[in-house]
Design a protein around this ligand. Structure first.
Ligand SMILES: [Zn+2]
Length: 1027
């Protein structure tokens, strides 16, 4: 009954209060008025909706499993909308588009009209606008850009310009990356607000009134383009104490009828005025922002708004009754930002990042840099899969209506979008939620495999010959693949998602002992057989797979193209014995060596000395895999902090080592030499040196981490080089800019270090390195996934690869970080690192190029055939490139896909989206760091470009239409004249229509591309992908 009445009154209200979709008043002009002679308190009603954490994203959406956490996002949006409709002064921000899109799909047209009106009036504002609020430590920039572009495109298609987010809102992530700020600036954002920073940094900023600043996102490369106004929220993202008006809050509501008992208006207003004045002391202008909401709040929005109305009414009444100078208003982060810009103050700047983050002494959130290392690896690998899928869809010009490819790709886009959340890739979710993320990725990959199959059906046959279809092997990471194991003859098509040709080493699990391999021109390919060792065979997830050997060979693949290899089992020969010597280590020191480097092993079989054969320079390279014991504790204070999903806290500063020397087996052959080292039955390592490759591959297999001693363990790969690194090391920011790290030092505040190991850990997305300026040498390690890394002693590097812990760290997840794997004995994880040692001046050339190859590894697909090479090559292309020429050596095609378009007008043909990236930093390399020009004309084999338009990085606005606020800074970078009441803008040059694209170091440019002759397809509604 109640519900019926409510709906009727709501609908009646709609008739008068709602602006129509045509009346667009969004943006800074739609902000509620402020009073310049008062302290203005911007009340920002908001809800923080985790895209999975304790419950899965869908459980959160519906409000299922409320026994775990009372949270149902659908009710938030259901109940906020009528409140906004009833009162034009009210505001609400919505952030996570993964949830909003779910809700939007369920709405009728009339509700959609209502919501569009609210967006157009600025009452409902999309802030951030990513598919999720992504983690900043373990995310790769490619995935960050994609997940935002996904949310932006949903908003653009459904809400047009008023749906374009202008503010970053990273209120919950556990530390903040400079690259994230740079990307936000390139999205065209005017500001960023976040909640969490180190407690000592926060105190320093409060005391020096530097809570708000201009952050230089890429100071050495992109300059102003990457500058972003950034504010630290006063109270994380919570309301001030006593003012949480959520349905389930125990804070008192306003009780304002004096005839009733417990009248509390005077006390409430006094308390609030005190809170406002306290906060205002720490901020530079006469504006402060209060975050009025929290996790999954506003499920019953009326509780909040009814009390906020009273809060505003009674507090502002004091202006007349008590000469109060505090003015409250409903606001949004963008309206607040606009007022700060209007205030025309001079702001401090920041040019490093906000890592690591400790929220109190001993409580460093540096464990999540590594937590759930298998999921982190799967997300990274799946990113390559998604990129390849989109590229092949675009190169094959699949028709969205016929092949349904857009919808299939969308499944993986959304799964990847969800997986970037700050409780997903971060590893800080419950186990059942981690499984859900992995399942989404697996489903998305399966859909994308269909797209890739369709694309190869277009690109592989030479004529009308049918294509037999391809299979994919998703378990190659544990040396398992049905098709290579079960067939005596098969074809491998290996696709290269990079726009440069590459060599790549393939390892195929097989059951035979001898195979012949012929390459794309029918030539015989040299191979080597390597046994699959017991350590790998015993991985429980390999159950049912039988491979006893791996067939190793080098493939050559053209840019954005594929090569085909035919593999055939040979009867009666024993290639394994012929090509490979497997020997148990005898105790004699030995070395592995190729033309680039040699690595000596000592009499215990441990790494001893690494020599760069080009310069003759050597370092001690003593490598082992060791572990810390995770601290146990009840977390009641910092000193009782335990190690857990978020927190890294070892119970000592020196890791545990092994008492016995390792067991060592060497494998020698013509293509690869390997040294298999068993430190313990659950910690093993393979050191590999491939023929002619300038790096060492280190494959680690860790698990099941033993807990028989009832102690959690955090396992690190550690190398002691003896280099004079002077407390300094370098890590990448989300796979892009390199940031200098100095042990026990923070650039903008004096550190009181409470954890000499955990407090020196930093996120490593792709690489970490040491430099010895005296010898001019650099020791670089690239990783295959995000990990925590540090240099705890001079000359030493360590990377945490796996952790298993027995205590919850009391930050909400409510479970110890204890992954048990399919046999419940403890998860085994296998991963790779790549070690390079060379001159500092040459190092970037290696790690930039190899970094690309590591994050976008080739995709292998297989097909069964009885044809011989001559027949196969008559009907099918055995080598093909989508590019007529490779891109310059310092340019990466970050994006190639059929996607969107900058206007709301539907076009007959789907435009393409291309992002080009200069992937060297200024000054890193004498040649490759220079600006370079790419010509897009006649570049692609399957299509020609008719016109291009440059967009912002998020692909939701023509860059010519971008206007950003400008800020005055103390370092004088951006001092501009004051122009009262008009916010200042930087104007962008409009592209002149040329297809010559110039890129400066670290620049990414985004283009919407229209093809000369649109793809062969029917006219379809291109917006259906989001409906
Ligand atoms: Zn959160």
């Amino acid at each position: 009954m109640y519900r019926t009445t409510f709906v009727v009154s709501f609908l009646l209200c709609l008739c008068r209060a709602i602006p129509t979709p045509e009346e667009k008043q969004c943006g800074y002009v739609s902000c509620n008025a402020v009073k310049d002679d008062m302290i203005n308190v911007h009340l920002v009603p908001h809800t923080h909706d985790d895209v999975g954490w304790l419950k899965t994203v869908d459980q959160y959406y519906y409000g299922a499993r409320n026994d775990i956490q009372n949270a149902g996002v659908q009710y938030v949006l259901d109940s906020v909308i009528p409140e906004l409709v009833n009162d034009p002064s009210k505001r609400f921000i919505y952030v996570e588009i993964a949830f909003f899109a779910r809700w939007w799909r369920e709405q009728e047209d009339n509700m959609k009209t209502v919501v569009k009106g609210l967006v157009n009036s600025g009452q409902l504002e999309f802030i951030l606008g990513g598919w999720c609020m992504n983690d900043e430590a373990s995310t790769h920039y490619n995935a960050i850009i994609d997940q935002h572009a996904l949310g932006f495109e949903f908003l653009r298609q459904n809400f047009g310009g008023c749906g374009r987010p202008r503010i970053g809102w990273q209120v919950d992530p556990f530390g903040h990356s400079r690259e994230q700020a740079s990307l936000f600036a390139q999205f065209g954002f005017d500001g960023l607000f976040f909640g969490r920073l180190d407690y000592q940094d926060k105190n320093h900023r409060l005391n020096t009134t530097t809570m708000e600043m201009l952050w230089h996102g890429s100071p050495d490369n992109l300059g102003e383009k990457s500058d972003l106004f950034t504010g630290v929220l006063y109270n994380l993202y919570q309301p001030p104490g006593g003012f949480d008006f959520n349905q389930y809050s125990s804070d008192e509501p306003f009780m304002d009828d004096p005839r009733l008992h417990d009248y509390n208006v005077d006390k409430k207003v006094d308390d609030f005025l005190k809170a406002a004045k306290d906060q205002a002391k720490y901020y530079k202008t006469n504006h402060i922002m209060m975050t009025m909401g929290s996790d999954f709040e506003y499920q019953n929005a009326h509780h909040w708004y009814k009390n906020l109305d009273k809060l505003i009414h009674y507090t502002n009444k004091r202006q007349t009754t008590d000469n109060s100078k505090i003015n409250l208003l409903y606001s949004t982060p963008s309206c607040y930002t606009y007022q700060l810009n209007r205030a025309n103050k001079t702001w401090p700047t920041k040019s490093d990042d906000f890592y690591p983050y400790a929220y109190r002494e001993h409580s460093f959130m540096t464990g999540y840099f590594t937590s759930r290392a298998a999921l982190k690896g799967y997300i990274r690998e799946t990113n390559a899969f998604l990129q390849a899928c989109r590229q092949l869809d675009a190169l094959a010009r699949l028709a969205p209506d016929f092949h349904n490819s857009s919808l299939k790709i969308q499944v993986l886009r959304e799964a990847m979008g969800v997986a970037q959340h700050h409780d997903a890739v971060s590893g800080t979710e419950k186990q059942q939620v981690a499984y859900d993320y992995a399942m989404r990725l697996a489903n998305g990959r399966s859909e994308c495999q269909k797209v890739m199959n369709d694309a190869m059906g277009q690109l592989v046959p030479k004529g009308s010959e049918g294509f037999m279809g391809v299979f994919f092997c998703d378990l190659l990471n544990i040396s398992a693949c049905s098709i290579t194991e079960q067939n005596k003859q098969f074809v491998m098509i290996v696709y290269n998602p990079l726009s440069h040709s590459i060599d790549h080493w393939v390892r195929l699990p097989v059951i035979g002992s001898a195979y012949s391999v012929s390459g794309p021109s029918g030539e015989a390919i040299e191979t080597q057989m390597i046994p699959v060792f017991k350590r790998t065979q015993n991985i429980p997830e390999r159950k049912g797979y039988m491979a006893k050997n791996e067939l190793v060979f080098r493939v050559e693949i053209p840019a954005l193209g594929y090569s085909t290899y035919m593999i055939k089992m040979s009867e009666g020969t024993h290639m394994l014995r012929k090509t490979t010597n497997v020997r148990r280590f005898s105790g004699e020191p030995f070395a592995i060596k190729n033309k680039h480097m040699s690595l000596k092993f000592d009499s215990n079989g441990n790494w001893d000395k690494l020599t760069d054969l080009h310069t003759g320079q050597s370092v001690d390279a003593r490598s082992d895999i060791v572990y810390y014991h995770g601290m146990a504790g009840n977390c009641s204070q910092g000193k009782f902090q335990s190690s857990g999903a978020y927190i890294f806290r070892p119970n000592g500063t020196t890791p545990q080592t092994w008492t016995d020397p390792p067991t060592v087996v060497t494998v020698d052959g013509p293509l690869v030499n390997e040294v298999h080292t068993e430190f313990s039955p659950w910690v093993t390592q393979v050191t590999r040196q491939y023929k002619d490759e300038p790096y060492l591959e280190v494959e680690w297999t860790v698990g099941p981490i033993t807990i028989v001693d009832k102690m959690g363990k955090e396992v690190v790969v550690r190398v002691n080089t003896g280099m004079k690194s002077d407390a300094t090391f370098y890590t990448d920011a989300n796979g892009r800019d390199i940031i200098k790290r100095v042990r026990n030092f923070r650039k903008t505040w004096n550190l009181n270090q409470t954890e000499s190991v955990a407090g020196n850990y930093y996120p490593v997305n792709s690489r970490i390195f040491l430099r010895d300026e005296s010898s001019g040498m650099q020791f670089t390690v690239l990783t295959d996934r995000s990990q925590g890394g540090a240099s705890i002693q001079d000359g030493q590097l360590e990377l945490m690869v796996h952790r298993r812990l027995l205590y919850d760290d009391s930050l909400g997840v409510g479970e110890p970080m204890n992954e048990t794997g399919s046999d419940k004995q403890g998860l085994i994880i296998r991963g790779k690192m790549y070690v390079h040692f060379g001159q500092i001046s040459d190092a970037a050339k290696f790690h930039r190029e190899f970094g690309l190859r590591t994050y976008l590894t080739p995709i292998t697909a297989f097909t069964k055939t009885d044809m011989n090479y001559q027949d196969y090559s008559m009907f099918y292309n055995t080598m093909w490139s989508g590019l007529k020429q490779e891109l310059p050596a310092n340019i990466h095609m970050l994006t190639l896909e059929q996607w969107g378009g900058p206007t709301l007008t539907p076009s007959q043909t789907q435009p393409y989206l291309i992002r080009l990236e200069h992937f060297y930093e200024n000054g890193e390399d004498p040649q490759l760091s220079l600006p370079v020009t790419v010509n897009l004309q006649d570049l692609f084999v399957t299509f020609n470009i008719a016109s291009i338009e440059e967009l912002t990085l998020g692909a939701n606005l023509a860059i010519a239409d971008l206007q950003r606020l400008s800020w005055n800074t103390v370092d004088g970078d951006l001092v501009t004249d004051k122009n009262n009441n008009v916010y200042k803008v930087e104007n962008r040059q409009k592209l002149k229509g040329s297809l010559d694209i110039t890129l400066n170091p670290m620049e990414i440019r985004t283009f919407q591309v229209n093809l000369k002759d649109g793809p062969p397809r029917q006219n379809v509604d291109k917006f259906t992908v989001f409906s």
